[in-house]
Structures are given as structure tokens and as C-alpha cells.
Design a protein around this ligand. Structure first.
Ligand code: AKG
Ligand code: FE2
Length: 418
């Protein structure tokens, strides 16, 4: 058979830095109203929103192994899009995300709106310029700083729950999750069959829910995360809107936990649920935990993720409030009208498209910790960077970068070998 040099277009992705606003071209933390976002989108004169690029579709066949595409030869090098350092720079004071290439461009593109938002005197503009220059430098350093933190944690951190760092075992997973993933790998599995094994939260928005981890595993992971938080290790935060979360790759949890979760379980599920969004071509991710607590972050503004697909699993603890809300796709901000509220249920995961506008309502009581995995398909994002909506301008990066790649990967369908 064709050795599965399967139709992966090309791939690339982009990524958001530990404390960058990458994920949220629409700030949200400060303005979580959908209409405000719609206005913002228009105000910023973003490129005309467009739908996901078409990916050559190939109906997934066979069992789980068939989805595990081995990269032949050297590990692939992932990239980010250069727009990370020049687009979507968030200026909280004026409630704006701006593109920044220099003083003249800033004046030309944003002069009137900045003045209308209070940036009036030359000293205001000078201050803004300095802040933007600092933000660009910070973004340029993010990859290296993250790698340095990861190395320090690997050499000096003593986990409280070392078993979390061993390879993901089925026993950590909820029976319903195992059943849905197992079904998805059976020859002949189809969307209708899978939909009987998970909850459809919104057919129109293509939002689904299913149990993911056992209560025991959630508890162990939470204990480990709290222990890390108390430690004196350096911490990279997921983005500028989450000040108390943790990046799982820095903690060393990508290899044992997140990558197997993506490759063995999420990929078959996503291939059936979202074949048109790269669900069958996931090849990298960015995983982090967000934490909300009284006196800390309590809510998350409306944004879209720098991902083709997202899974958001509630880990605990006990809390009220904090529901997710969903609008339309960012490519169609006019569809922001009536947000859909989705309550978190501990142990359960919400699956949605990365481009679906969403945010989190304020926490009312307790503490909420969620595992968020941004799933990326280079085959999709290599064609169009979701952050600048252009063909990505590739820059080599650490780790999975932002999930973009320079070439079509050389892949081998493991099934073809057995
Ligand atoms: O607070 C949540 O559960 C949502 C988190 C989220 O959407 C994100 O970090 O991208
Ligand atoms: Fe998100």
C-alpha cells in the first residue's frame, strides 16, 4: 500500500510565549463583551477573516497506531511565525491590540484611535513606544528563557507526585474517554457512532464534552501543581491573561503525559470530530494549566486560541462560577451575538475549535484549575497563520515552537510496517 506518506500538506504553527498575549489577539481579560470584541476586531482593521484553509482530507482508517505517524530520521524542527514579535501586541491602558513595526507605522495606523482612547500628548506616545519596544524584546527572549527554565526544573526540582511523570497509563483515564477513543480507532468508526459516546454541547458550534481523567488522577496532578507552585522554581506563565498557570512542557510533562494523550487518544477522536480543522493531522501542542482563585485571576477575557483545536479539562478543586462562554468563529465576528455558557465539570473536558471565540466568566467561590491543551496541525497552519491571517513567516524555535514546520514531514504510517 501507499506507505502513508500521507497527505500531510505542510505544517507549521505558531506559539504563544509564557507570558505573551499570543493566544488572545482579542484581549478579553479587560473586555470580555462580545460586542466590544466585534468592534475591536473591526477597529484594528485586521485582514479579512477567512475560513480555515482546506486540508486535503483523507478518511482516517484503522486502529490507533495508524494515527501515530512516526517521523523518519531526525526529530522535526518546529517554528513560529515572525508575527509573534510584531502583531497582536496588547496595550492594556488603551484596550488595544496593535501591530508594531516602528514609530511611523504606529502613528499612521493607530494615531486616531489612540488619541480617542487617551493617548494625546507626545509623552503619552513616547511611553507607549517604549512599552511596545520592551514587549517586542520580551517576546524575542521567550523561547530561550523558557528552555532555560525547563533545564533548571529538570535538574533541580523534586516532584511531590513522581508517578505523574511516568508514562501515561490507561488507569489515569476515565472509562468513557477510553471507550470513545477506542471506538474512534475501530475500522468503520464514524462521526455518528462517536457522537453516541460523548455529549454534544452545541451541534452548531461543534462543542463537545466527555470525561477525561479519573478523580484520582486529577487529585494527584493538582497536588503536584500546587507543590510546584510553592517551590522556588522559575515559572513561565501561559500568557498575559493567566498569571498563575503553569506551562506543562517546562515542568517536563509533555513527554510522559501530554504527547501520549494527544497521539493515542485525542488524535483519533479529533480526526472524526473535526477532520476539516486538522483533527487527523495533529502533530504538536501547547499545554498549560490555568488557575483562578480569589485575589488572583478570576476570569478570562474573550479570545481565540492559537490552535486548530482545544481540549479544556477541569481538574478541580471545588468552585462555583467560572463557566466558559462561546461565541462564533473569530473569522466571522458578526456571529458573536448570543454566547453559549458551558459549565465546567471536574474530570471532564470540553472540546472546541481553536478559532471559536470564548472566555471564562468570573469565579464566584473556590479555586478552579484547568488543563488546557492547544492542539496544532502543521498541515493546516503552515498555510495560514491564525494570528496574522497570512502565510506564516517562519522563524526557527525551541520545542514545538508554535507548531509550524518548514517542510512536509516525512512520515511513515506504522500500520504499513506491520
Ligand atoms: O479558563 C478557562 O477554562 C479557559 C482557558 C482558555 O480558554 C485558554 O487559556 O485559552
Ligand atoms: Fe482559550
Amino acid at each position: 500500500m501507499n506507505p502513508g506518506l500521507v497527505g500531510w500538506g505542510h505544517c507549521e504553527a505558531e506559539r504563544e510565549g509564557p507570558t505573551a498575549t499570543r493566544s488572545s489577539p482579542f484581549p478579553g481579560a479587560e473586555s470580555s463583551s462580545f460586542s466590544a470584541l466585534g468592534n475591536l476586531h473591526r477597529t484594528l482593521g485586521r485582514p479579512t477573516p477567512r475560513a480555515y484553509p482546506e486540508v486535503p482530507l483523507r478518511k482516517p482508517r484503522g486502529r490507533a497506531r495508524r494515527f501515530t505517524m512516526a517521523t523518519a530520521g531526525a526529530p522535526r524542527r518546529f517554528c513560529r511565525c515572525a508575527c509573534f514579535c510584531s502583531e497582536n501586541l496588547y496595550v492594556a491602558r488603551y484596550g488595544l491590540h496593535v501591530r508594531f513595526r516602528g514609530e511611523q507605522q504606529l502613528r499612521r495606523d493607530y494615531g486616531p484611535i489612540l488619541r480617542s482612547r487617551g493617548c494625546v500628548g507626545p509623552e503619552d506616545f513616547q511611553q507607549l513606544l517604549e512599552e511596545l519596544e520592551q514587549e517586542v524584546e520580551r517576546r524575542q527572549r521567550l523561547g530561550q528563557e523558557s528552555a532555560a527554565r525547563k533545564a533548571l526544573i529538570a535538574s533541580s526540582y523534586h516532584p511531590a507526585r513522581p508517578e505523574i511523570y511516568s508514562s501515561l497509563q490507561d488507569v489515569a483515564l476515565a472509562p468513557g474517554f477510553l471507550a470513545a477513543a477506542e471506538y474512534s480507532t475501530v475500522p468503520g468508526a464514524d462521526l455518528q457512532g462517536l457522537l453516541q459516546r460523548l455529549e454534544t454541547v452545541s451541534e452548531e458550534k461543534r462543542i463537545y464534552r466527555l470525561p477525561v481523567f479519573t478523580a484520582r488522577f486529577c487529585q494527584a496532578l493538582l497536588e503536584e501543581l500546587e507543590h510546584f507552585e510553592r517551590s522556588d522554581m522559575p515559572k513561565g506563565r501561559p500568557n498575559t491573561m493567566n498569571n498563575y498557570g503553569v506551562l506543562l512542557h517546562e515542568l517536563g510533562l509533555d513527554e510522559p503525559l501530554v504527547t501520549p494523550l494527544r497521539e493515542r487518544f485525542l488524535q483519533p477522536l479529533m480526526a472524526l470530530l473535526y477532520p476539516d480543522c486538522g483533527g487527523g493531522w495533529l502533530d504538536s501542542h501547547r499545554a498549560f494549566v490555568v488557575k483562578y482563585a480569589p485575589g488572583q485571576d478570576r476570569e478570562l477575557g474573550c479570545h481565540y486560541d492559537n490552535a486548530e483545536l482545544t481540549i479544556n479539562v477541569a481538574l478541580g478543586k471545588a468552585f462555583t462560577g467560572g463557566a466558559l462562554y462561546f461565541g462564533g468563529l473569530f473569522q466571522a465576528p458578526s456571529a458573536l451575538a448570543k454566547p453559549l455558557e458551558v459549565e465546567h465539570v471536574v474530570g471532564q473536558g470540553i472540546l472546541h475549535r481553536g478559532g471559536q471565540l470564548h472566555g471564562a466568566r468570573p469565579l464566584v467561590t473556590g479555586e478552579r484549575w484547568n488543563l488546557v491543551v492547544w492542539l496544532r496541525a502543521s498541515a493546516v497552519r503552515n498555510r495560514l497563520c491564525p494570528m496574522c491571517c497570512r502565510k506564516p513567516d517562519l522563524v526557527d524555535d525551541e520545542g514545538f515552537g508554535d507548531g509550524f514546520t518548514r517542510e512536509e514531514p516525512t512520515t511513515v504510517d506504522l500500520c504499513a510496517l506491520t
